[in-house]
Design a protein around this ligand. Structure first.
Ligand code: AMP
Length: 343
């Protein structure tokens, strides 16, 4: 990887939003440097077919979907290789939106990660038809000092040995999270279990947490993962939402109700981007209250992702749209008991 060319830095435009997140504060320059999020995951071309259309070789990858969502909250640094087939136009989708692309490396003569998938009429059912690791097959992560200094690290879905190598280079983060999938559970289980033991939070599909633990009951499966080390587990449940398990309790949100869903690819990564982006922007303790708000932002970002193919919708999203949908989600999930006299 040492012969590859790195892309130039694009400064993060803090305060791109007119409306601050909950817990607004003015960040000093020193705080801004500390507030940054590093992610390793695939940077890819995706060919996707859903009942509502198809696209060939569109920009995708777990790290890309994640970064485009998380950039609304904090400075994001994706780490990983791309091939010669990855052009300036693809990099610009990230760089022009404030994602710091210094640690994306173009490998001469290499091919980018490629994934082909299709979805059934029930969009919760996905089939992988082809996965080509390309330049990720030879990838040996060497993070820049700025990426090592991240205070939140996301090990997005990618080969677990790579996740562990990146984890070992970021010793001072205050929160570590990881995602994975059926392929790695089946082919790299021991390495994945080791990676899980080194993070605070696992964010994973409900079917995959069952496959990982051999527990069909979701609460038991989450408990089993927490016994491996993490203090929080988020089980993603497609259009049905996501559930949060912690030592302190349980919380769940439905998927945001949408009438038009085109392509679920990247929904889980957009969820993680909203979830961890919010956590990184939150200066206080990462307690259950913080995690619940993060669930709200994750749900909102995932809902925008599925409205169009690939990165199309999240790339054109505004902070105002995020905040409006966050408020709607809060209203639709809020309920109260009647006063005792009226019961
Ligand atoms: P999801 O959020 O689960 O829908 O993630 C979809 C993204 O995962 C696509 O953009 C793919 O490029 C990427 N992807 C699919 N399979 C893998 C894999 N085995 N490792 C890493 N990334 C993958």
């Amino acid at each position: 990887m040492s012969q590859g060319s790195r892309y130039a830095a694009v400064p993060y435009e803090h305060g791109a939003s007119k409306r601050p997140c909950p817990q607004p504060r003015a960040a000093s320059e020193a705080e801004l440097f500390a507030m940054s999020l590093t992610v390793v995951g695939s940077i890819a071309f995706d060919s996707v077919r859903t009942p509502f259309g198809e696209r060939e070789r569109m920009l995708g990858g777990t790290s890309v979907h994640f970064s485009l969502a998380a950039r609304f909250f904090t400075e994001v640094r994706p780490v990983g290789p791309v091939g010669e087939d990855f052009g300036d136009a693809e990099i610009d989708v990230l760089a022009s939106r404030g994602v710091v692309v210094d640690d994306i490396e173009r490998v001469p003569g290499g091919r980018s990660f490629f994934w082909r998938g299709r979805y059934e009429y029930d969009l919760n059912v996905a089939h992988t038809e082809d996965t080509q690791l390309g330049v990720f097959g030879e990838f040996e992560p060497k993070l820049s000092d700025a990426s090592r200094a991240a205070d939140v690290l996301f090990l997005a879905n990618i080969q677990p040995d790579l996740q562990r190598q990146v984890r070992s280079q970021c010793p001072q983060a205050r929160f570590y999270a990881l995602d994975s999938m059926n392929l790695w559970i089946a082919t790299a289980r021991d390495s994945l279990l080791a990676a899980i033991s080194e993070v605070d939070c696992v964010i994973i599909n409900d079917a995959e947490i069952r496959q990982l633990t051999g527990e069909s009951n979701l609460a038991r499966a989450a408990r089993t993962v927490m016994e491996m080390g993490p203090r929080a587990v988020v089980a993603k449940q497609g259009e049905y939402g996501a559930a949060l398990f912690t030592d302190g309790g349980f919380f769940a949100l439905p998927g945001f109700p949408l009438e038009d869903v085109r392509d679920p690819t990247g929904a889980g990564d957009s969820f993680a981007g909203g979830f961890l982006g919010y956590i990184d922007s939150h200066e206080g303790e990462i307690d259950d209250l913080c995690l619940r708000r993060a669930m709200g932002y994750g749900t909102v970002l995932a809902s925008f992702n599925v409205e169009a193919f690939g990165t199309e919708r999240v790339a054109s999203l505004t902070r105002e749209e995020i905040d409006e949908r966050f408020d709607q989600l809060r209203e639709m999930t809020n309920f109260d008991i009647l006063p005792a006299s009226a019961r």
